[in-house]
Design a protein around this ligand. Structure first.
Ligand code: URA
Length: 429
């Protein structure tokens, strides 16, 4: 590295924006192992506190993007993807990717693993026996070409700078900085060579950024980067005040997605898939308007084409597509309502924590998860219940049951008068 990383840290800490040359030198030096983790953490920490100007943010995003391979496509179809900031029971990707592929667009969906109270799409899919999402670039492209979609892990050549820097941010408490989040997400999505992107930014207690205003700012920051890089992008700002669907826990969520692809399953999950799918089909002018986009996605769920693509994707990833082979917990305990009244959920995050307590989540990056366990939360905020009515099923293997029950019971409230937020509170872009 031609520049001394300590000079960059001092420059940023003095409140001056980093130049393109400084950023390129830092990011390439980091990937080459010439910048130490301590130096990188010092710079990230200064960015965390001081933020980034828009030109600086573009240079940062571009340097991350150029740290590895970028996908190029020679398909006849538009290439689209969705990214969610994640939440409790957020499984929409597992339905959306095959549904869009069934509509005729290509979806190379690079996803992440779970950490903390939220589960990861890759871990959910990998609850299917035999299935692996760790692919090389050629394999990933082959599956997209043959099946229409793939859900896969970030390969080692795609944005390697983000791999390292994200792990470092996670280890040093530097994740929640809007410019770092926006550039981390956008650099990966830009590397996918997309024609359009939809971002599902979550708000509410179950979300990674619960605050509505912060979610709006993240949405605006990501849209501005996408626009400056020429990527067509839209954002839906959606509720995580309560779980999406009923199922929270890996195999339970895959099963619930399978139901939606069989024209059954919970209405909110189906609704979100239609809304996100319609935005993408509309963005690539595949349809006349959003309404026609919704109809196209809905038809792929109703007539079994999305399910067929899902089966083909699972098999291409080495998995057993027979739902009877998917893992299930051996014990199911029921939780009933302790009182009568209008039900509220004061903490959606508590349901995620309950699943972690049952063994279905990671406390650290290397932890193993039990894909069988989870919670089926059967109620919506505002439901009228009577004492003794079913509120939740707890699918468990004996571990952590008391802690999980305490989390769930602690999150229940009655007659608070709170109105639930709409599933989609705003769209941008
Ligand atoms: N997801 C990402 O990919 N990056 C972040 O920084 C935060 C969430």
């Amino acid at each position: 590295m031609t520049l001394d990383p300590r000079d960059l840290v001092a420059h940023k800490r003095a409140g001056k924006p980093l130049s393109e040359e400084q950023i390129d030198a830092f990011v390439s030096g980091y990937v080459a192992g010439e910048v130490t983790e301590a130096q990188a953490a010092a710079l990230l920490s200064a960015i965390f506190v001081l933020g980034m100007e828009s030109a600086e943010l573009d240079h940062w995003t571009r340097a991350m993007l150029h740290s590895g391979t970028q996908l190029r496509w020679d398909l006849e179809r538009p290439v689209v993807d969705k990214h969610s900031t994640g939440g409790v029971g957020d499984k929409a990707s597992l339905v959306l990717a095959p549904a869009l592929a069934a509509c005729g667009v290509a979806v190379p969906m690079i996803s992440g693993r779970g950490l903390g109270h939220t589960g990861g799409t890759l871990d959910k899919l990998e609850s299917i026996p035999g299935l692996s999402t760790e692919l090389g670039v050629n394999e990933l492209k082959r599956i997209v070409k043959e099946v229409g979609c793939v859900i896969a892990a970030q390969t080692k050549d795609l944005v390697p700078a983000d791999r390292g820097l994200y792990a470092l941010r996670d280890a040093t408490g530097l994740v929640e900085a809007l410019p770092l989040i926006a550039s981390s997400i956008l650099s990966k999505k830009l590397a996918e060579g997309l024609d359009a992107l939809v971002l599902d930014v979550k708000f509410g207690d179950g979300a990674f950024l619960p605050d509505v205003a912060q979610g709006e700012e993240l949405a605006r920051t990501m849209l501005a980067i996408a626009e400056r890089f020429g990527l067509s992008a839209r954002v839906l700002h959606t509720s995580m005040e309560q779980p999406l669907g009923h199922a929270v826990g890996h195999a339970l969520e895959v099963d619930e997605c399978w139901q939606v692809m069989r024209a059954e399953g919970p209405e909110d999950l189906r609704e979100l898939v239609l809304s996100l799918g319609a935005e993408l089909l509309d963005a690539v002018r595949f349809v006349r308007d959003l309404e026609q986009g919704r109809e196209l996605v809905a038809a792929s769920l109703a007539d079994g084409r999305a399910a067929e693509v899902f089966v083909a994707m699972v098999e291409a990833l080495g998995g057993d597509a027979d739902p009877l082979s998917w893992p299930r917990a051996r014990q199911v305990d029921l939780m009933t309502s302790p009182a009568s009244g209008v039900l509220d959920l004061t903490s959606c995050r508590a349901i995620g924590r309950a699943v972690v307590a049952l063994g279905g989540g990671r406390k650290g990056a290397g932890d193993r998860i039990d894909p069988r366990v989870g919670v089926r939360w059967m109620r919506r905020i505002g439901d009228v219940v009577r004492a003794g009515d079913l509120v939740a099923e707890i699918h468990h293997e004996g571990l952590g049951l008391e802690a999980a029950r305490a989390e769930l019971e602690g999150a229940l409230a009655f007659d608070t008068g709170r109105e639930p937020a709409p599933l989609v509170r705003a769209r941008y872009g």
